[in-house]
Design a protein around this ligand. Sequence first.
Ligand code: SF4
Ligand code: SF4
Length: 494
Amino acid sequence: MAFESLLEPEERVLSTLEADGSRRWLYPRLSKGPWWQRRRAFAYALIAVFLALPWLRVGGEPLILLDIVHRRFHLFGYTFLPTDTVLLAILVLAVFVAVFFFTAVLGRVFCGWLCPHNVFLEYVYRPIERVFTGKAGVGGAPKQNLAGWRKLAMYGVFLLISLLLANTFVAYFVGSTELVRWVWTTPPWAHPVAFGVVALCTAWIMWDMAFWREQLCIVGCPYGRFQSVMLDRHSLIVSYDPKRGEPRGKPRKSKHGDTSLPVLGDCIDCSMCVVVCPTGIDIRDGLQMECINCTQCIDACDDVMDRVDRPRGLIRYSAQARIDGEPSRLLRPRTVLYPAALVALLSLFTVVFLAKPATDLTVLRGMGRPFAVMPDGQIENQLRIKLVNRTDAARTYTIAVLPEAGGDPLHQQTVNDADVTLAPGETATVPVRLLLNPAAYTTGRLDADVVVTDDRGDVVHETVLLRGPAKAKGPTNAAAAPAEDSNPSAENQP
Ligand code: SF4
Ligand code: SF4
C-alpha cells in the first residue's frame, strides 16, 4: 500500500532501532587490542579511586564530602561554606571551560576513558554478563536464550554491585562514617531519606546497566549532543581513513592474468569494526554523534590488518583535517580562548580564595523600626551580626561598634552581653542593641564600624548606618522618623 511505503524508512534512523521501530539489542564482540588494555587499566584505576575517595581523610576531615544537608562541602582539605557561593561558582565555570577546552583538543576523550557510565558498563557489568551468557572473553550475542537460573543469578550479581555503587555514591553526601553507622547499627526507617536515595540509586544503576545501556550515550546524555559544537576539524577523533580504505571490498584472486578485477582499498569490508561497536554504528560513515571514542573499532581493524598483512591504522586516532590531507593546527581560536578563560578563572579563584578571612562577618539591621527613643531619651538601634567561623578550631569573638569618625566605642549591649564562641564551621547571628545620646545624630544618620576580634587577634569589620532623629529635640517616638527610614535595612541587607 502507498500509505505503508510512506512510513517505511529509507535507511536505519538510529543504530539501535530496527526498521519497524523496535529496539535493536546490541551484543558487541570484544576486541582485546592494545587500546582496550590501556582503557581497562585506566578504568580499574578510576573504579578504585571512586570506591576509595569517601573513605580518605585529610587532617581529620573527609577528603571529599558534599554535605548538602548542613550546606558544607569538604574538598581536598578545604571546607566550602554557604558564604562561598562566589568561589563555587568560579570553580563550576572553570570546570565547564576545561571541558570545552579538552573536548576541542582531545574530542570525546571523556566518553571513552572517564565517563562512569561507560567505565562501569564496559569493565564491570558487560564482563559479568559475558560470564553468564558463556561469552566471556569474546563477547557477541548469546547463542541461545539464557536459562532462567542464569538470568536470575546474573541480575542478582548486578543487584549486589549496584547496591555497592549506590551506597558509595551516598557516602559522598553523608560521609563514610555516617553511612557505616546507618548500615550496621540502625534500621532503615531511622534514616528514611538516605535509605530512599540508596534504593532509588540502586534501581537507577540497575536499569541503566542492564537495560538502557548505549541509549544513555545516544539519546540521553547532553554532553554527547553538544559535542558537535565543541569539536572542529582539528579535534582528535576516532576516524576511518577512506583514502586508504576505499573502495572497500573482499579481496579476490585473479585467475590466469585476468585484469578486470577492481583495485581495492585496504578495507576488506569484514564488518569487524561494526560488530565490536558498543553503540552499533559504522565508523566508515564518518564522524557520528553516537561515537563515544571507545577505540574498540581501532583494535578490531588493527587486528584485521595484521591478518591480511597490511599496515595498521586504517581506523585510528586522528583529526578530520588530517584525514582529508590538511595539516593539523593546534593553535586555533578555541584552543587559545578556552585556556585564556581558564587561566583567568583560576587566577580569580586564587585571588578570592586567598582574600577570604578566617571569619565571615555580615551586619544586618534589626527588623521593624529603624530606631527607638528610650524613656531616658537615648536612641536605640538594633543590629544582627552574623558570624561564620571558617577555621578548623573553635574561636571566641569580641564585638565592638565604633564611630567611623573615630572616638570611643559606642555603648552597646549584646543580648547576653558576652563574647561569642563558635565551633569550627559554625554560624551564629548575634543580636546587638546600641544606645546613643540623641546629640550624636545631627542629620538623622551616623556611620559606624562593627569590629569583630577573635581570640587569636584576627580582626574583621564592616560599616553600618545607624539611624536617629534628624535633630536632637528630646523624647519622641520612632514614628516621627523620616519616611525613608521606614525600610529599616535597605542599606545593609545582603
Ligand atoms: S574492520 Fe577495518 S577492514 Fe574490516 S570493515 Fe572495518 S574498516 Fe574495513
Ligand atoms: S565507532 Fe569505534 S570508537 Fe566509536 S563507539 Fe563505535 S567502536 Fe567505539
